[in-house]
Write a protein that binds this ligand. Structure first.
Ligand code: VG1
Ligand code: CO
Length: 541
């Protein structure tokens, strides 16, 4: 074991989900090592502890895993459970941490950000409950990065991670496990596999686009092997270091090939895509795109059809920018509905306390209390189980949902690659005006309230402030603005737009048309053109 002298490195502050930087930054001298030592220090040391380790297979995943193993050994860890090939999807890592009673886990991923030597890399730390480290733990890790003077690393050869089995690194046991098996077994305990299999046997066709990211092996095993979907239903199924040049963000822009197949003649009955680390999902039907906010609401309304949730839901939670569609379902079910800041770490306490069963975000993330992460394959299986139980297609289920609950027209507009100073100045100017906006008119509607979202955790009372600017209209329409916390260069503005149409109203509009007055109001109120010189977004979802 060697103690290496280092110095604090600026900017190692985790964002919405872990620390993300350009891959070359992570590969730079001491960068990864400093952050990993800060994690161990920030959680009170690694001595005698058990960790889970794996990643989404992006460039540098394999090298980083070897560094972390040597550091875990040098810091006295008792055991590290690693996915073979250093592969684990984020939900599979969450499950392993919980199932094995580990003290935490390190997930090597920048999720939906592109991978490669000139793209992005990231490290996330999850705690013993399997979920993303809380704000308090994240702060403790960041504080450690600012005072770090040394790190510990063993001098050793690479550990063979090619097949399952136990190896040793000094006194530390390195247990290499099949990355898929335990997760696939968990899915069998939640869903009615027989009903889904019968649907496939009857000719139901699916296309799952793994976007050359981590879900390929999981989707093949579960959908094709265990459930009997036709061979070849899972496409782009091999995780590649650069994701084959794909941008593994499951939305209509980056998964446009899949959208085209579902919109074309003779396409499959169901389409889905996942992101880099397997925690997100996009759901499609023939000619139908399910907005993630609607997906959460539909899953909540139909969860009783799925064996694991047949006894009912304890409650639901959504991130603040997610539409209020699920709120209507919660009201109908008579269960609690929580509104949290963006990022899965804010759901952890509610799940641990047994206050909620389902959670979701507008950014293609849905999950339940089966793990402590959002879970892309789980969401796909939820939909398949519900379709099998109802004997209906995606379009019919969605139409029936709107006919009962009304429709929350919703869209997110992303403006990428912005000058950080200009984006912050724009939000600062709007923030200053918020107190005066109540009562004003915009886009033909009256503003009821305008504020900056702040969250008091109902379980531990911790406060998260500065979580997005909200402009709330009297009729329930809403504009939300915040800056992304997952990018690695410049700033990305996320503009969230919503308005509600009751069950008797016009439910079949294009959301961009339905939201046009709200979009105009948002541009006027925030001065997007004047501040950023931009009128059209880069990505619309
Ligand atoms: C984005 C999403 C957020 C999600 C986060 C991590 O964050 O908006 O809902 O939790 O990514 O997801 P931001 O700060 O860029 O808006 V993952 O799948 O990229 O770890
Ligand atoms: Co992700």
């Amino acid at each position: 074991m060697t103690i290496i002298t280092t110095a604090p490195i600026d900017g190692q502050k985790p964002g919405t989900s872990g620390l993300r930087k350009k891959t070359r930054v992570f590969m730079g001298p001491h960068y990864l090592e400093n952050f990993v030592q800060a994690i161990f220090n920030g959680i009170g040391g690694a001595e005698g502890k058990t960790f889970v380790l794996g990643g989404d297979g992006r460039y540098f995943n394999d090298r980083a895993a070897q560094v972390i193993l040597r550091m875990a050994a040098a810091n006295g860890a008792a055991r590290v459970i690693v996915g073979a090939g250093a592969i684990l999807s984020t939900p599979a890592a969450s499950h392993l941490i919980r199932a094995r009673g580990a003290d935490g886990g390190l997930i090597l991923s920048a999720s939906h950000n592109p991978g490669g030597e000139d793209e992005d890399f990231g490290v996330k730390f999850n705690s013993a409950n399997g979920g993303p480290a809380s704000e308090a733990v994240t702060e403790a890790i960041y504080a450690q990065t600012r005072g770090l003077r040394t790190y510990r690393i063993s001098e050793a050869q690479d550990v063979d991670l090619t097949g399952a089995g136990e190896r040793r690194l000094g006194a530390t046991v390195v247990e290499v496990v099949d990355p898929v098996a335990a997760y696939a077994d968990l899915m069998e305990t939640i869903f009615d596999f027989a009903a889904i299999r019968a649907m496939f046997d009857a000719g139901f066709a699916l296309r799952f686009d793994a976007m050359n990211a981590v879900t390929g092996p999981y989707a093949r095993e579960i959908l094709e092997h265990r459930l009997g979907a036709a061979r070849g239903s899972v496409v782009n199924a091999v995780p590649l270091p650069d994701f084959g040049g794909m941008h593994p963000d499951p939305n209509p822009t980056w998964a446009r090939d899949l959208v085209a197949v579902l919109n074309g003649a003779g396409g499959p009955d169901f389409g889905a895509a996942s992101d880099g680390d397997g925690d997100r999902n996009m759901i499609l039907g023939p000619g139908v795109y399910v907005s993630p906010s609607d997906s959460l609401a539909v899953l909540a309304a139909n969860a009783h059809l799925v064996p694991a949730y047949a006894g009912g839901l304890k409650g639901v939670a959504r991130s603040m920018p997610t539409s209020a569609a699920v709120d209507r379902v919660a009201a109908a079910l008579g269960i609690e509905c929580f509104e949290t800041p963006t990022g899965w770490k804010f759901f952890g306490n509610l799940l641990d306390a047994g206050r909620v069963t389902l959670c979701g975000e507008e950014s293609f993330g849905t999950g339940s209390d089966h793990v402590r992460e959002k879970d892309g394959i789980w969401a796909v299986l939820m939909w398949l189980n519900i379709l099998a139980a109802r004997g209906e297609g995606v379009g019919a289920v969605l139409a029936a949902h709107w006919a009962r609950f009304g429709r929350n027209y919703y869209s997110r507009h992303d403006f990428e690659g912005l000058d950080t100073g200009a984006a912050e100045a724009m939000l600062a100017a709007l923030r200053a005006r918020l107190p005066d906006l109540a009562g004003a008119e915009a886009g033909g509607r009256r503003i009821r309230a305008a504020d900056e979202f702040s969250y008091a955790d109902p379980v531990d009372g911790s406060i998260a402030s500065g979580q997005g600017l909200r402009i709330l209209f009297e009729d329930g329409a809403r504009i939300v603005l915040r800056l992304s916390g997952t990018g690695t260069a410049g700033a990305t503005l996320r503009l969230y737009l919503e308005r509600y149409e009751g069950p008797g109203g016009d439910l079949g509009l294009d959301p961009q048309v339905a939201l046009a007055p709200i979009i105009r109001a948002a541009h006027e109120l925030a001065g997007i053109g004047a501040h950023l010189g931009r009128s059209t977004p880069d990505v619309i979802s």
